[in-house]
Structure formats: C-alpha cells, structure tokens
Design a protein around this ligand. Structure first.
Ligand SMILES: [Mg+2]
Length: 416
C-alpha cells in the first residue's frame, strides 16, 4: 500500500517522540519535500458564548451579549481539517467580532488559499502583505485564528500534538487562577468563595484607576487566601504618577506582581516603575510580536510578560516570546482572553509544553457557560490537564458550532 507523505512523517514522529532535532527537521519547510497538500477552503463563523458572573470587559453594548468568538475551519486539499478561534473583546483592544470576521474572510483567507498549510511562517508573511503592520502586527487577534487553525491542521497532517511540533514535552497540567473583578469590597468574599468551592487557591485581581480601592481589594483577597499567588492587572488603567503611588501600596497589601499598570505607549512611565522596583512589572497589551518584547525589554520597561497567544497573532509569536523570556531570565506568566474551547486548548497546550510554573489566569471555565467540543474542558480542583491529541488536541463538534452561531444570530436585536 502506498504511504502518503503525511503517513510517513507521522510514522517518523511517532518513532522518535521528543527528539528535538528530528522535530525541527520535520518543522522546517525548507528541508521538506514539496507540499503534500494545500489550503483548499476556509470557512468562518461568528458567534458569542453565553456567560455568567460580572467581568468589566463584557458589559455595555455588544459586550453584554456574551464572549465574541470567530470559528475558523481550514480544510486542506486532502480533506484534513484544522480549527482556529480568534477571540476579540472590543472593550479590551481595538478588534471586534465584526472586524475580526471581515479581516479573516476578506483579507487573510485570500492571502493563504493554495499555500502549504504546514508553512505557518509563510502564511504569516502572506498575511503581513494582506493587512500591513501598524506600530506592530496588524489585526493580531483575528490573525491568531488562522495561526491556530494552521497549527491544528499541521499537527493532524503529521500525527503530532502541538508540543511535539514545537520540540517540547507532551502532556502535563496547569494550576489555574480565579479572577476577582468587583465593584465593591463587600463582594470579594463571595467571589473568592466561589473560586474556593471549585478548588481554586490562587487569585488575580482587576485594579485601576483608584489605588486606595485597589489596596483594600488586595488586602481582602490576601486575608482570604494568605498562601495564594496574588496577581494584580490594571489593564493600563493608571496614569504614570498614580502607578508609582499604587505599586508600593499594592506590594504592602500582599500583591505578588503588577501587570499593565500603564498603556503600553507610556514608555518612560514603565521605565520609572521598573526602576522603582516595588513589584515585578509585567506587560500585556501592546506586546504583539517578539520584536516588541525585545525592544521593550532593551528599553528597561518590564520584568516579564503576561502571555496570551490570542493577543499576539497566535502560537508562533507567543512561543517565540516565551523562549525569549526563558533565555533572558524574564518572568512569563500565563494569561488569556477568557478563552473558549479551541483558543483555550491552544493556550493550555502551549503553556504546559513550556512547563509554566505559576498559576495561569485562564478564566474561560469561570465565565463561559457553553462549549463546542466533543469533550469539554473541566478544571479539577483548580487544575486543567493539557490536551495531548494531534494538533491542538481537541475535537470540535460542528453541530454545536452551528447551534451557537444560530443562537447568536437570533439573539441579536433587529437591525443590530
Ligand atoms: Mg492583562
């Protein structure tokens, strides 16, 4: 019986699991035979996941309709399918469900049709030509959907899980952090108890713009969870002078790290906070490409980065950024964008492959109340097990996708 190239590569990978040299060879399109298959078709579906609980990013027009997500289904000419899932949040950055869907359908898809799906760097190059960079990568959240789908498809073609594709160990698990976003200090006890009831021991708090409120919030969470990792994220919500006042107050209240105290273009403000050294300073928003990270690090703006593949055009960029942090002794924490299903699978698989050793602020399971997988993720005692199947390691139930899309369509107000 004839062996197709993908069978041969899959057999090679199975014969030598975890051999980085071989994996690098397999991952190198320059040394591989001509493409065995090509990107034949890309389907795009927009939906919103229903949610529970209060989270400031999912309020107001559109936000309160649920967690926006675009499903990207890439089919190769040989029939193999890969799934990706960009997850825009209009109140977090400047991409929306509508802009992500249009950017993918009208710009990124025409740029990648006919290409080798395993040449992910080549696909990113093609997408750079379709929507040019601004200060950094153009439409990074939308792009992450294509990046994830191509990683999924490549892994399935090769019979390799994501970790093997990256030359890293397969499997492992992550401890999760519970998000505390409250409007009054009185609410804290119940929100922490909700996390505790589900076995969570670590908490991340949303802070800014009022340092007095933020310190009181941190003290209350620290009182309720004296041994937990306590991570404060301001989402750029302070001005430079306030941030310099807030950082020591948060440190005194028991906070372990301060993320995104300022908007990323406040370069001198970040430098001052790092020099102040009241807390380790992490960046999130604004770190899109590995070049951004390298430049911000050289400018002395950060002690580390809160990673999220969804923010930075997907796994290729995020993997390179994690490697940069490891090589340069910078802290890297695992965060996300309230990721559902496919985006969650990719994120967990990447962080576990890199042996993340701090609790991950991946709060999809906390806030989302629907799923589209044949086997949905379920944290056990605040831990999540990394998927180990080929590609991103999860199976999408397309009937569930169509149901969610239909539910979203019919829930929209007339003319909305
Ligand atoms: Mg953040």
């Amino acid at each position: 019986m004839a062996m197709h190239r993908r069978d041969f590569l899959g057999a090679l990978a199975l014969a030598a699991p975890g051999v980085p040299g071989l994996n690098a060879l397999l991952a190198s399109p320059a040394r591989a035979a001509p493409a065995a298959t090509t990107i034949d078709r890309v389907e795009v579906f927009a939906a919103r996941y229903p949610m529970t609980g209060y989270f400031k990013f999912f309020t107001g027009p559109h936000g309160s309709e649920g967690r926006a997500a675009v499903f990207v289904k890439v089919t190769a000419a040989d029939g193999t399918v890969g799934w990706g899932q960009p997850v825009p949040i209009a109140r977090w950055s400047d991409e929306t469900l509508e802009t992500a869907e249009i950017a993918i359908r009208e710009y990124f898809v025409p740029a990648i049709l006919g290409l080798d799906p395993t040449d992910i760097a080549g696909a990113h190059h093609a997408m750079d030509g379709a929507i040019a960079p601004g200060f950094s990568t153009g439409m990074p959240i939308a792009r992450a959907g294509i990046d994830l789908a191509l990683h999924d498809l490549t892994g399935r073609l090769r019979g390799q899980p994501l970790a093997s594709m990256l030359g890293l160990p397969v499997g492992g698990r992550l401890e999760l952090s519970w998000t505390v976003n409250v409007r009054t200090i009185e609410e804290v006890e119940q929100v922490v108890a909700d996390g505790r009831d589900r076995g969570y021991k670590h908490f991340n708090i949303k802070v800014g713009p009022d340092p007095a409120f933020d310190a009181a919030l941190a003290r209350e969470v620290r009182r309720l969870a004296p041994a937990g990792f306590l991570w404060a994220d301001a989402n750029g919500g302070y001005d430079p002078a306030t941030a310099l006042r807030a950082a020591p107050m948060l440190a005194d209240a028991g906070v372990d790290v301060l993320e995104a105290p300022l908007r990323p273009n406040r370069i001198s403000g970040y430098q001052a906070l790092k020099r102040q050294a009241a807390l380790p300073i992490l960046m999130d928003e604004g770190v899109l490409s590995p070049t951004d990270l390298e430049e911000f690090d050289r400018l002395g703006m950060l002690d580390g980065v809160a990673m999220k593949p969804a923010r930075c055009a997907g796994l290729q960029s995020c993997d390179a950024q994690i490697r940069y942090c490891k090589d340069h002794g910078r802290m890297w924490l695992g965060s996300g964008l309230t990721d559902p299903d496919i985006s969650f699978a990719a994120t967990v698989a990447l962080y576990a492959a890199h042996a993340l050793n701090k609790p991950a602020a991946l709060n999809g399971p906390q806030f989302l109340t629907a799923d589209v997988l044949t086997e949905p993720f379920e944290p056990k005692d605040g831990w999540i097990t990394a998927p180990t199947g080929p590609g991103l390691g999860v199976e999408v139930d397309e009937a569930k996708v169509r149901e969610l899309v239909e539910r979203t369509r019919t829930a929209r107000p007339a003319g909305g």
